[in-house]
Design a binder for this molecule. Structure first.
Ligand SMILES: [Zn+2]
Length: 428
């Protein structure tokens, strides 16, 4: 599957982590990563890929080569939907289109209000916030969130979760913003503790080595000394990070309750991976872990799903295209992962998407008329007090659906802003 990953280096994050993908690559990748893809379809897709690559290569030499009938005649609904989304509109699209942005989709005069409104609302829904993937699985088990298929009647999940890594599942500690490895048994937790200690030892040795090299480097070798100095700096950071990780893991393992929770989270995930409504995911395989994560990121709160499908229906009726949706639920852990590559993705300690009440609509390929229509629909919902929304500069319209169907109390919003001001003053 690693060859497929080569096709995934296509992403550029937007404010709300939407992804810019090229249609052929997106559809091929999507059909391969789709959690519901049976093995035979994977083989078929791989064969198609090979054929397409062969055609592309052959095309370099013989420009008159046409695709074999079997490829040309196959109608793949996913591919068709993607090509409709990306179809050339024959006019300026996305950010290049001249559009009138309704006031409801612009930032408030006090820019903090946008996030404050959502933060105030989600304080009433703390029971549905997912800090990490294990939390999200608990929400799925409780039916607090529902799955959105990759391709709906009127929408398409366009790159949802595609930036997620295939790293092993981990517990996320919001206080330290660190991942803590999960383990199948308590013995496994202790092994992780040992591994973290070993990592500290290795980092210490590497730093000592680099420092001695730097001391020994003659002064005239200025370039080498500069390189070593920079390597020493990196090694110091690596050591600090290894120490922090080891310390945190030691604290978790020393506390029987927290130690057990690491095992419980692993079991919760492996139980789901064994049978996720008929699909199986091998937690020891990076590609399978990634597919499972993508599927988990395709969930949303039912209230938000209902509104999203309603918007999609309106859009499809009007423009005969599926509505591209670029983001649904995002646990704090995943949000943090995105923030590592994109500073814009960070949205405070409890990002709105972690509730499953938010979704992003992708307007990159839309004409001015499409965008204006979509914005008018969302603006109307905002007037009705059902959503908070923002047209973001980077191709997304972010929509947050109020959990109770109405905006949070103004006093609560003011309290959120005041608490931020306090924490800035304290310097925390
Ligand atoms: Zn968003």
């Amino acid at each position: 599957m690693t060859s497929i990953h080569a096709f995934m280096i296509l992403c550029s994050y937007a404010n709300c982590s939407a992804i810019v993908l090229n249609s052929d690559k997106l559809s091929a990748v999507a059909s391969l990563t789709s959690p519901n893809t049976p093995p035979r379809r994977i083989i078929l897709a791989l064969t198609k890929f090979a054929v397409l690559i062969a055609i592309a290569c052959a095309g370099c030499k013989h420009s008159s080569v046409s695709p074999p009938p079997s490829v040309a005649e196959t109608v793949d609904p996913w591919k068709e939907a993607v090509s409709k989304v990306e179809q050339d509109r024959g006019e300026a699209v996305g950010r290049n289109a001249t559009v009138e942005i309704p006031e409801q989709l612009k930032h408030h005069v006090d820019r903090r209000r946008f996030l404050a409104v959502q933060t105030a609302d989600l304080q009433g829904h703390v029971d549905v916030i997912s800090v990490d993937f294990a939390d999200l699985v608990s929400l799925i088990r409780r039916h607090a969130v529902v799955e959105m298929k990759q391709l709906g009647a009127d929408y398409i999940l366009y790159g949802v979760g595609y930036s997620v890594s295939g790293e092993p599942f981990a517990h996320y500690d919001p206080a330290t913003r660190q991942d803590i490895p999960l383990a199948a048994t308590e013995g496994g937790v202790m092994e992780e503790v040992q591994r973290a200690l070993d990592a500290v030892k290795e980092s210490t040795a590497r730093l000592a080595y680099l420092e001695s090299e730097r001391r020994r480097a003659p002064k005239r070798e200025r370039a080498r000394r500069a390189t070593l100095l920079s390597q020493v700096g990196q090694a110091r950071k690596a050591l600090a990070s290894a120490k922090a990780k080891s310390k945190l893991l030691a604290a978790f393992s020393a506390d029987p309750k927290r130690r057990k929770s690491l095992v419980a989270e692993y079991q919760l995930l492996s139980e789901l991976a064994r049978d996720f409504e008929g699909e199986t995911y091998d937690l020891n395989d990076a590609d399978a872990r990634r597919r499972l994560k993508i599927r988990l990121l395709s969930f949303i709160r039912p209230e938000a799903r209902d509104l999203l499908t309603q918007i999609a229906q309106n859009y499809k009726e009007r423009f005969d295209r599926p509505l591209p949706v670029s983001s649904l639920v995002r646990p704090v852990q995943y949000q943090q992962e995105l923030a590592g590559t994109n500073a814009n993705a960070a949205c405070g300690p409890t990002p709105p998407h972690s509730t499953g009440l938010a979704f992003d609509l992708y307007y990159r390929y839309m004409s001015a008329a499409e965008q204006e229509y979509l914005m008018s629909v969302v603006a109307h919902l905002k007037d009705e007090g059902r959503v908070e929304a923002l047209r973001e500069a980077r191709d997304n319209i972010h929509v947050y659906v109020f959990g109770n169907g109405r905006p949070p109390d103004e006093k609560l919003i003011a309290r959120v802003i005041a608490s931020w001001q306090r924490s800035v003053q304290i310097g925390s």
